[in-house]
Design a binder for this molecule. Structure first.
Ligand code: ADP
Length: 450
């Protein structure tokens, strides 16, 4: 039965009973009809009063904080209160759920390495993550609801936002001048826009380095090639004596050597960059490596310098023998090339207090001015280009040494004074060096004795 019908019948019943009671009391007092009407009226008033009180208590609850329970009445008001409370709780739960999802969604965007900013149809900032705030120099809370073009005034950005080609990113220096930004604007919803920003400083730097590198390599190869082409033309077009021809051929051989050395160094660098780090458990003898490198330096010096080697007899290192040899040979090669005749070149193994060790190559050569020291390991960086080329340098030697050191967890350092000489050191960390245990040599001795 519908609630209104049951309720109406119940009310009718109460009014009837009230009327009958009124009529009975009226009959006792000799006025039955007015008693009937009065009884019915009083019943109606009582019903209205009861309804008002129950409605009032529900209204009080609805006007309040809605935290406690709704009034637990029976019948119509009870059901109304119960259903109102249930609808309210369901809505609250849905809102909480949506809020959690929104928080989760915003945290995901917050975790993005790129900047994200939401603009409304009048370019007011609706929300931005901290990366975007950092990129554009904004305060993610204070600057909300502000027009973005009042805060970010870079002409390239403003022009892009106000009519640029939105399907292409725009690149401009960040407002604080510390980075280069690439910004992409995407429309969504009704006039809203999504601004995505990316810090491309590192990418630009790498790209510039790559361009410089290609330009340098091309230049380094073109020079000997031009010289060779000139000689080839000379040989082909001029009638030369045997002695002249011989001299031209020697000069040509020098140029091809130069190209070969350059290509060799480039390949070494490429190999160092492309291969995994050397194993940390393959131990090799330090003394052997140092003596081998020193012999090569002696051959290069051809008696023009005094060469000394010291230390490392008891040392072993967990290193790639060929890489370490290449690094030490490069340092010795430089020492020979940049030390005038009669100078002294030393190769030393020195234990460090932190448990590591360093290979030092010292010379009494021309030295290097302080302002160049920080750039020596850049590819093709030379203090004196013509001296480097004349002595067969490629400008890549110290880059190779740095790469080798880093691949072994170490580093390269230099101390130098113009006119007095230089000392280069290749530092190896403690985990890559050890003193050979004395009994390591026993089996070999024992084998010899038997
Ligand atoms: P290069 O092939 O030109 O020697 P490197 O990368 O080996 O290239 O060295 C870079 C520059 O550092 C050299 O051009 C030279 O100017 C300087 N340099 C390196 N070693 C020494 C040294 N022992 N004494 C003086 N200058 C040096």
């Amino acid at each position: 039965m519908a609630w209104w019908l049951a309720r109406s019948l119940a009310a009718l019943g109460v009014v009837l009973i009230g009327g009958l009671l009124g009529a009975w009391v009226g009959a006792l007092l000799k006025f039955p009809m007015p008693g009937l009407a009065l009884g019915g009226l009083v019943s109606i008033l009582l019903l209205v009063l009861r309804d008002s009180l129950r409605g009032q208590s529900l209204m009080d609850w609805l006007r309040g904080s809605l935290t406690g329970q709704a009034p637990r009445d029976s019948g119509y008001w009870g059901e109304l209160a119960y259903r109102t409370e249930r609808a309210l709780r369901t809505r609250e739960q849905q809102t909480r759920h949506e809020q959690e999802r929104l928080t989760q969604f915003l945290s995901a965007i917050e975790a993005s390495p790129n900047g994200v900013m939401l603009l409304d149809d009048a370019d007011h900032i609706e929300w931005c993550n901290s990366v975007a705030a950092q990129h554009f120099g904004l305060d993610p809370e204070r600057d909300l609801r502000q027009r973005v073009t009042n805060l970010v005034r870079m002409p390239a950005f403003v022009a892009h936002l106000q009519g640029g080609k939105l399907d292409e990113p725009v690149v401009f220096p960040g407002p604080l001048g510390r980075c280069t930004l690439s910004v992409l604007v995407r429309p969504y919803g009704e006039g809203s826009r999504l601004v995505l920003s990316q810090d491309i400083t590192e990418r630009e730097r790498t790209e510039a380095m790559r361009r410089d590198f290609v330009a340098n390599v091309s230049h380094e190869i073109r020079t000997p090639l031009t010289v060779l082409a000139g000689f080839v033309e000379t040989l082909a077009s001029l009638p030369l004596t045997d002695a002249e021809r011989q001299r031209v051929l020697v000069l040509m051989a020098q140029q091809t050597d130069r190209m070969q050395t350059l290509v060799g160094d480039l390949l070494t660098l490429a190999k160092l960059e492309g291969s995994p780090r050397p194993a940390a458990d393959r131990w090799t003898s330090v003394a052997e490596l140092m003596h081998k490198a020193m012999e090569e330096a002696r051959a290069l010096s051809a008696g023009r310098h005094v060469l000394e080697v010291s230390g490392g007899e008891e040392a072993e290192m967990a290193a790639s023998e060929s890489e370490l040899h290449s690094a030490v040979a490069n340092l010795l090669n430089n020492a020979v090339r940049y030390t005038p005749d009669g100078g002294r070149i030393t190769l030393r193994w020195v234990w460090r207090s932190d448990g590591g060790a360093q290979i030092e190559v010292g010379d009494t050569g021309i030295g290097i001015a302080r302002e160049h020291l920080g750039r020596l390991t850049e590819r093709f960086y030379r203090v004196d280009g013509s001296r480097s080329r004349d002595t067969g340098g490629t400008g890549l030697g110290l880059s190779i040494v740095k790469h080798v050191a880093q691949r072994h967890g170490g580093e390269i350092g230099v101390q130098s004074e113009p006119g007095k000489g230089s000392t280069f050191k290749l530092v190896l960390p403690a985990m890559r060096v050890r003193r050979r245990r004395m009994d390591d040599s026993l089996p070999a001795t024992a084998a010899l004795e038997t």
